[in-house]
Design a binder for this molecule. Structure first.
Ligand SMILES: CC(C)(COP(=O)(O)OP(=O)(O)OC[C@H]1O[C@@H](n2cnc3c(N)ncnc32)[C@H](O)[C@@H]1OP(=O)(O)O)[C@@H](O)C(=O)NCCC(=O)NCCS
Length: 378
């Protein structure tokens, strides 16, 4: 009998190769195709970042223009989808809506199961283009507002905020949102990406793989943490209350949302970029106290748990950022999903390019040779 290594939660196990993101958790480094997240945050756009992840190189000017145009063609949903969205319960959670509607998109694709790499790219582009429209339509429908149809002359980020709010965003808001999209686009073999790779490894279909990934992302230990951060900030009345709040939580062994990471044992580099943005936006929108509370939480956490390698992660400052952009709380995790469709899709393409079915083992720890007790004797 062969003995296999058992690692709970697959911690430390290398299960895939990728050319997309490189993470050094000890040093707090994140690169997409070798380029630091800080440089991309400063110089790139979300569209260019997606091209980089899917093609493993930066585009030329004309390649980028072509890619943007192809994405813009997908802003408008296939016919029937709008009605479907507007027949959902208004109380539905937006993450459940995205999951269900991404799944429904497969039924509007004449060849949903084509899994050659070029077809997979086309389907990924469909989902990336349609997803913001799904979220914006649902949000306006539940608020009883008229739907705002996409504007194909706008970028991904501008168009989403336009469809959501009914007015074009300021350049500063659009840039802030775009930076959130860039920083959340890919992150190694995180839980939802792994879910996507596991599903596509059966040669299922791109829609199923992304649907499964959305389901994984919504968990509070993964993408759902940004909503937890905002709830925590709302529970704390002022900066003066932070000390008590955090120390009492830690004493009860409760987790502070937006801190800690399976991979990073230093400050998440995405948190560094988002922190600057959150500070600026909070000042610009008259919510400086929100940033001040966050900063104080970070200070106390540094004192109390930095020795365990617990630092702010991507969700900590993205919460303040999304709030200052004016997003409803339950749209925070969907924003993570909109961006991460880029990473999930890139991993699906990588998996399909060199597929091997994922099939780990479970270590059986139950009894053997147990008697079968007839029903009448149980
Ligand atoms: C992300 C997360 C699941 C990673 O956890 P992990 O690698 O399994 O880490 P562990 O659960 O082994 O925790 C190690 C230690 O740090 C502590 N810890 C981890 N995250 C913590 C947090 N957010 N707040 C307080 N303490 C934390 C644990 O209590 C544990 O302490 P102990 O050794 O004294 O028991 C975890 O940090 C967490 O729950 N964070 C909050 C949710 C979150 O922000 N998720 C988004 C991730 S991007």
């Amino acid at each position: 009998m062969t003995t296999a290594t058992f690692a709970k939660g697959l911690e430390g196990i290398v299960a895939s190769e990728t050319e997309m993101s490189y993470i050094d958790g000890e040093q707090g480094v994140l690169e997409y195709v070798g380029i630091s997240i800080g440089d991309l945050a400063k110089h790139s756009t979300f569209e260019e970042t997606v091209f980089l992840l899917w093609n493993k190189r930066l585009p030329s000017k004309s390649e980028l223009a072509h890619f943007e145009e192809e994405l813009q063609k997908r802003y408008e949903l296939p016919s029937g989808m709008e009605q479907r969205i507007c027949s959902l319960p208004k109380t539905a959670e937006p993450m459940h809506v995205i999951r269900t509607m991404v799944s429904a998109l497969a039924m509007h694709d004449p060849s949903p199961n084509d899994n050659d790499v070029e077809s997979a790219r086309a389907k990924a582009l469909n989902i990336l283009g349609y997803a913001p429209t799904i979220v914006a339509y649902f949000d306006r429908y539940r608020r009883g507002l008229e739907l705002v149809h996409p504007d194909k002359s706008l970028t991904f980020s501008e168009n989403f905020l336009y469809m959501l709010n009914g007015e074009k965003p300021t350049p500063a808001m659009a840039k802030a949102f775009d930076l959130c999209m860039i920083t959340h686009a890919d992150h190694g073999l995180n839980n939802s990406t792994f879910a996507a790779r596991v599903i596509i490894s059966t040669l299922s279909d791109v829609y199923s793989a992304i649907t499964g990934a959305v389901g994984s992302l919504r968990g509070p230990l993964h993408g759902g943490a940004n909503e937890g951060v905002m709830k925590m900030l709302n529970e704390i009345d002022s900066v003066a209350d932070v000390e008590n709040y955090v120390t009492q939580k830690l004493a009860k062994k409760d987790r502070i949302m937006g801190f800690g990471h399976r991979v990073y044992k230093a400050k998440d580099p995405r948190a560094t970029d988002l922190q600057k943005l959150a500070k600026q936006l909070a000042e610009d929108t008259g919510k400086a106290d929100l940033y001040a509370k966050s900063h104080k939480i970070e200070e106390i956490m540094e004192r109390e748990v930095a020795s365990k390698g617990i630092y702010p992660n991507v969700d900590f400052y993205s919460a303040t950022t999304y709030h200052c952009i004016g997003l409803e709380l339950d749209l925070f995790t969907p924003m993570f999903a909109l961006s991460r469709i880029a990473g999930w899709s890139g991993h699906i393409i990588e998996q399909l390019s060199d597929n091997r079915l994922f099939r780990p083992k479970a270590q059986y720890v139950g009894p053997h040779d147990a008697p079968y007790t007839p029903m009448s004797e149980r």
